[in-house]
Write a protein that binds this ligand. Structure first.
Ligand code: MOS
Length: 757
């Protein structure tokens, strides 16, 4: 069976757009219920120590207050099962100890949001701070340990290659802690009904929330339902279960009424994770002819003392260039801070900054054009495993991106390009992004009225899932997208993975594609077995879909509508399930790389025996023009061209939008974003939108995006995830452009005006 006309790829408007702009879309914050109560959280004002006294009498007596929970009266709850990618938080309100600034130490529940907020201020807390707290990687005595996740990689002999290199770069890079800051404040509404728990939540991962809450409250999963039809952005903050979700469900159970919690903006800086700071040492060796002979990448990043985070910064480095001697090593330091978490391009955004800046330094040391240097060291095969890529058009990203940008007009000498008083700089960076896919299920229901309903419990946090999946289903069923509805955001629907790791589009589009194939096959089995059907005797290879009909591939007179097939079978509709899973081949360049670096030749044999190709994520090249005012140090990003190998693009308009949004995030990482912390208390001192800088319209020029390459071979739809790659690489391209403009090599993010004066 083949699909009707192409719907996949078309730049359709968001199908959820009208609901969002008219206010019809109900976000968690908008959810209401009869008898709804409102919660306000009290946070610790010190980093580490213990609570010595808690006086809640005044708060409890305040108008409208229904309950005040602290560690002294909160019920016992279990900690959800540990898992690698999304480890759970500690059980909230468990005891008097405090492990970071902003830890929840009380929750006030009241009739109105205002009453809860006012009463929360009346909770009197006595405490003994233990110190000094270890708050940054530079804190003396902050202890590091090797990467606990076995993701370090090495090949060849880095030290000998560095010693023999004609040119070496040895530099230290520092990137700041960043906050996700989605506009939608994270919210939870919990409601118990006869032993069943319903939770509305701001999350990218509803099944994780469901399974975790079932564990916390010792109940079976099928008695918990998590609803998340709309999420006001997340950028990774919604990948994990956070304590406010547990507390909201706990409070609702204790008071016997629905409870809503909406985090405040300052709470968003301590309660839902952040991009951790990093310190990285990068050493690169090269020969005169531009061959890169050694790359040694060492990164240190923090974890909270009381929660794990899988955060490899050097992960992509060994996969990026055809270089014989490479080492990537991550160290993690435990600090008295709220847990870091994944934030758009986690680890990759920081690691790429060090690698792609160092490449620019090598290009200057050798007098070779930065694009040319990357092409000379192009990894035709996955360099750590030696396997062929499932697809790779990074060379086209370089070539077409450079062409579109007008890179050829660049004069390489720093400070050689000017426009009036502005120094002009061109910089670029390449991006090799990891592949990730998880298991996914979906269902497709074809109805007699010519419409179809597609269902899967995924989330659309703004990336366009509603729309692209509607397109995949419409194409698979040969229907007009207007006749297809996609329902998501509900754990009573078929199980879907997180909207994360740039992996949902691949997982979900393939599950839905599979479901459409199964639905069409079942329609055909109804028609093909029925003597009165024009398609009697047809098998799958004989038919195509289009216009709500099954048609014979060659004989146009043989055609029957889905409606007629269903009517004759006496059914109102027909539902088919579909699923997708990473094949063994896709499962793991991660594990493949680890096997090769840990077990050498035996590891390579193992990898080769189990895999034919190295699954490729997306690739990209960003080209940036900056303008620097040498008197004032003002820095403007004037132009960005991003060329992206996205595999099969599902919706040209939304894919472009994903990349544009990512590039804006990259400009934020490069120029603005930095969580600042008060050294004594650990207080985030810029936890508002006034103080934590993000790019605004005036900071962002028109962004130009082109897509190159074609469908990827690892999955039937040919998709590669692009949720994160737009951000990764921008910081290095900006920094390299600043160097070109000014001659200054800046190795810490964000780049600030003081450094350019
Ligand atoms: Mo992304 S950091 O996997 O939401």
């Amino acid at each position: 069976m083949t699909a009707g006309s192409r719907v996949i790829g078309l730049g359709l408007d968001r199908v959820d757009g009208p609901a969002k702009v008219t206010g019809a879309a109900v976000y968690t914050m908008d959810v209401t219920a009869a008898g709804l109560l409102h919660a306000s959280l009290v946070r610790s004002t010190f980093a580490v120590g213990s609570i010595t006294s808690l006086d809640t009498a005044e708060a409890a007596a305040a108008p409208g207050v229904v309950a005040v929970f602290t560690h002294e009266n909160a019920p016992r709850m279990k900690r959800p099962a540990w898992n690698l990618l999304t480890p759970p938080p500690p059980v909230p309100l468990r005891d008097s100890s405090v492990h970071h600034y902003g830890q929840y130490i009380a929750m006030v529940v009241a009739e109105t949001h205002e009453q809860a907020t006012a009463a929360a201020d009346l909770v009197r807390v006595g405490y003994r701070a233990a110190g000094p707290a270890a708050l940054s990687l530079e804190t003396p005595g902050a202890k590091g340990r090797g990467n606990p996740y076995f993701l370090d990689a090495k090949r060849g002999d880095v030290e000998s290659a560095l010693a023999a290199a004609d040119v070496t770069v040895d530099a230290t890079f520092v990137t700041s802690a960043n906050a996700h800051n989605p506009l939608g404040l994270f919210s939870t509404v919990a409601h118990w009904d006869g032993g069943r728990l319903t939770v509305h939540d701001s999350t990218q991962n509803p099944f994780l929330i469901r399974d975790s809450l079932a564990k916390v409250f010792s109940m079976s999963k099928d008695r918990v339902q998590v609803l998340t039809p709309y999420v006001g952005g997340a950028f990774g903050a919604g990948l994990r279960l956070w304590q406010h979700v547990i507390l909201t469900a706990m409070a609702a159970r204790e008071v016997g009424r629905p409870v809503k919690t909406v985090l405040t903006r300052p709470q968003m800086f301590t309660g839902v994770g952040h991009r951790p700071e990093t310190i990285q040492r990068m050493r690169v060796g090269a020969r005169r002819d531009g061959t890169i002979t050694a790359i040694d990448h060492e990164a240190t990043s923090p974890a909270a003392k009381v929660a794990n985070v899988l955060y490899p910064v050097t992960l992509s480095t060994p996969a990026t260039y055809r270089c014989d001697n490479v080492r990537g090593r991550d160290r993690q330091v435990r600090l008295d801070i709220p847990s870091p978490a994944h934030m758009r391009g986690p680890g990759e955004a920081e690691g790429n900054f060090a690698l792609e800046t160092a490449l620019d330094e090598v290009a200057y040391a050798l007098g070779i054009d930065p694009v040319d240097l990357r092409l000379r060291n192009y990894a035709d095969v996955h360099p750590q495993t030696g396997l062929a890529w499932s697809s790779k058009a990074l060379d086209e990203c370089y070539r077409q991106g450079a062409e579109r940008f007008g890179w050829a007009a660049r004069t390489p000498q720093p400070r050689s390009m000017r426009d009036g008083r502005w120094l002009v700089g061109y910089g670029m960076a390449g991006v090799t992004y990891g592949h990730y896919q998880a298991k996914c299920q979906a269902s497709v229901t074809v109805r007699r009225d010519g419409t179809a309903l597609v269902r899967s419990g995924a989330t659309d946090i703004g990336q366009g899932t509603y729309t692209v999946i509607t397109q995949v289903a419409a194409e698979g069923l040969g229907l007009d997208p207007a006749d297809v509805t996609f329902e998501l955001g509900d754990t009573d629907l078929p199980r879907a993975p997180q909207a994360g790791g740039s992996g949902l589009a691949t997982a979900l589009s393939n599950a839905v594609h599979d479901a459409t194939l199964n639905a069409v096959e079942r329609l055909l089995s109804l028609a093909g077995a029925d003597r009165s059907s024009p398609l009697y005797g047809c098998s799958a290879g004989d038919v195509v879909v289009g216009g709500g009909h099954l048609r014979h591939r060659e004989d146009v007179s043989r055609s029957e509508s889905f409606a007629a097939i269903l009517a004759r079978a006496g059914r109102p509709d027909l539902t088919a399930a579909g699923s997708s899973a990473p094949s063994r081949a896709e499962n793991g360049v991660l594990l493949g790389s680890a096997a090769v670096s840990r077990f050498g030749r035996a590891g390579r044999r193992l990898v080769e025996a189990t895999r034919a190709v190295a699954p490729a994520g997306a690739f990209a090249a960003h080209f940036v023009e900056v303008r620097v005012d040498p008197l004032l140090g003002r820095l403007r990003v004037a132009r960005v061209v991003s060329a992206v190998d996205a595999g099969q693009v599902l919706n040209e308009k939304l894919a472009r939008s994903q990349i544009i949004g990512g590039v804006v995030g990259g400009i934020g990482q490069a120029l603005f974003e930095e969580i600042t912390v008060d050294e004594g208390s650990g207080r985030v001192s810029n936890a508002t939108f006034a103080d934590y800088l993000v790019p605004v319209n005036a900071d962002v020029p028109d962004l130009d995006v082109i897509f190159v390459g074609g469908p990827d071979a690892t999955n039937a739809v040919g998709v590669k995830g692009i949720g994160e790659i737009g951000l990764v690489g921008v910081a290095a391209a900006v920094g390299n452009a600043v160097h070109h403009a000014t001659g200054r090599r800046l190795r810490s993010l964000p780049i600030t005006i003081e450094e350019l004066m």
